[in-house]
Ligand binder design. Structure first.
Ligand code: IDP
Ligand code: MG
Length: 137
């Protein structure tokens, strides 16, 4: 059994697709073991995306991520890291396969509705960035 961190970004909360995004994971048998709404400060967003700190979109991305509430989730299942990435679709919604979250709901490459850890190493770092042991079922 594997765990991953997913975030419904501020555009997903604004577009009122929290329930639909959670359903897309649950319908595939993925279990929600932790969930909460929170507002990231610019600093907390910068820490979360620090691997991208030298990319040209870093300032815009972290401003966007701190522009409104997000929903952070810990998801559990077999091979859940890759399965969540498949359900999300490609980073650029124009390239995201039909039926994926980003294909259906995202407006551009930055405001792309959802985050999912990309490897066991990032999941192991990202889950405790948001959740304590007590906050996970
Ligand atoms: P991922 O979310 O699919 O793993 P990453 O390459 O890790 O994509 O990028 C992190 C986030 O940074 C993306 O989800 C998106 O919000 C934003 N981003 C990535 N590439 C670009 C870009 O070229 N322009 C603007 N924002 C970008
Ligand atoms: Mg990534």
């Amino acid at each position: 059994m594997q765990r991953t961190l997913s975030i419904i970004k501020p555009d997903g909360v604004r577009k009122q697709v929290i329930g639909r995004v959670v359903s897309m994971f649950e319908e595939k048998g993925i279990r929600v073991v932790g969930i909460k709404m929170l507002c990231l400060t610019k600093e907390k967003a910068m820490g979360f995306y620090r691997v991208h700190k030298d990319r040209p979109f870093f300032d815009s991305l972290t401003t966007f991520m701190s522009s409104g509430p997000v929903v952070a989730m810990v998801l559990e299942g077999e091979d859940v890291i890759d399965r969540v990435r498949d359900i999300m679709g490609a980073t650029d919604p124009k390239k995201a396969a039909g039926g994926t979250i980003r294909n259906m709901y995202a407006s551009d490459i930055e405001k792309n509705i959802v985050h999912g850890s990309d490897s066991p190493e990032s999941a192991a770092a990202e889950i405790p960035y948001f959740f304590s042991e007590m906050e996970m079922g």
